[in-house]
Design a protein around this ligand. Structure first.
Ligand SMILES: NC(=O)C1=CN([C@@H]2O[C@H](COP(=O)(O)OP(=O)(O)OC[C@H]3O[C@@H](n4cnc5c(N)ncnc54)[C@H](OP(=O)(O)O)[C@@H]3O)[C@@H](O)[C@H]2O)C=CC1
Ligand SMILES: Nc1nc2c(c(=O)[nH]1)N=C([C@H](O)[C@@H](O)CO)CN2
Length: 235
């Protein structure tokens, strides 16, 4: 029996795309979702086990861990994909934005990795943790300061967990820039954003799906961040 891959925030977009790719090749999936979106119905119909979880509080994280451990005693991989892209805003006190960003991007992966280490170490084969970070870790962001700092924290967790869990578990980050726009992104924002990379395209979720799978299939990469940014660093 193949151990399942845990994908957090799999109700839409990149997480949903990777979950569907796994299921299409009979790789079992445990998907978490905060809001019940149509993608969750699609995953359930395709055989995924879906767990509703809000990682916004430590109680929510711990409730999820308890549920997960009743669902499985082994994991092939954990893909920490769940994320909120919160900008600084006059409507939110800065401390609330920083707290929310650190909670979802650092505290949740930290607590889940520590609590699920034995599930990853159960089998005979090497297993994986993937942290979805962001290109902005390299450059910062004037409009998403707390978001960028929290993704930098997640990037450092990659280094520490790679040290802690080797050689049984590989731990890597994937640092995208634009992968897929949001439906409410304006034409002006889209045009401006496309100019920020050398490739100048919105690649879509496939590039993230393929890169995640590349990391899982590679036995010799750990403690690394793979950029997925269309050459944005050279613009
Ligand atoms: N899309 C892109 O172009 C880029 C993406 N990335 C990173 O790649 C990853 C995937 O991106 P994308 O698919 O756009 O992600 P989304 O913005 O679609 O977020 C994925 C899911 O995370 C869930 N989530 C948010 N907060 C919480 C929480 N507190 N508890 C549980 N779940 C939560 C959301 O649930 P709900 O449906 O309820 O909102 C959402 O469905 C993210 O880590 C992102 O930061 C990095 C750079 C570019
Ligand atoms: N959780 C999310 N994080 C990010 C998103 C997103 O939609 N959800 N989008 C981006 C942008 O595409 C950015 O990379 C380019 O403007 C960044 N992070």
């Amino acid at each position: 029996m193949t151990a399942p891959i845990l994908i957090t925030g799999a109700g839409q977009r990149i997480g949903l795309a990777y979950a569907k790719a796994c299921l299409s090749r009979n790789q079992p999936v445990i998907a978490t979702y905060r809001s019940h979106r149509p993608g969750i119905d699609q995953l359930q119909q395709a055989g995924a086990r879906c767990i509703q979880a809000n990682f916004g509080t430590n109680e929510g994280i711990d409730r999820f861990i308890e549920t997960l451990r009743h669902e499985t005693d082994q994991l092939r991989a954990i893909i920490h994909n769940a994320s909120d892209w919160l900008p600084e805003s006059p409507d939110q006190p800065p401390e609330a934005v920083m707290s929310a960003m650190m909670q979802i991007h650092a505290m949740a992966p930290y607590r889940i990795n520590l609590a699920c280490r034995d599930l990853l170490e159960k089998g005979d084969s090497t297993t994986d943790i993937i942290h979805m970070t962001d290109y902005v870790v390299e450059r910062g962001s004037a409009k998403h300061i707390a978001y960028a700092a929290s993704k930098a924290a997640l990037t450092n967790l990659t280094l520490s967990f790679a040290r802690l869990l080797a050689p049984r578990v590989k731990v890597n980050s994937l640092a995208p820039s634009l992968i897929i726009f949001n439906d409410d992104d304006s034409a002006e924002y889209r045009e401006k954003t496309l100019k920020k990379s050398l490739m100048g395209i919105e690649p879509g979720t496939r590039v993230a799906v393929d890169t995640i799978q590349f990391l899982l299939d590679n036995p010799y990469i750990t403690g690394r961040t793979l950029p997925l940014d269309g050459g944005r660093h050279l613009v």
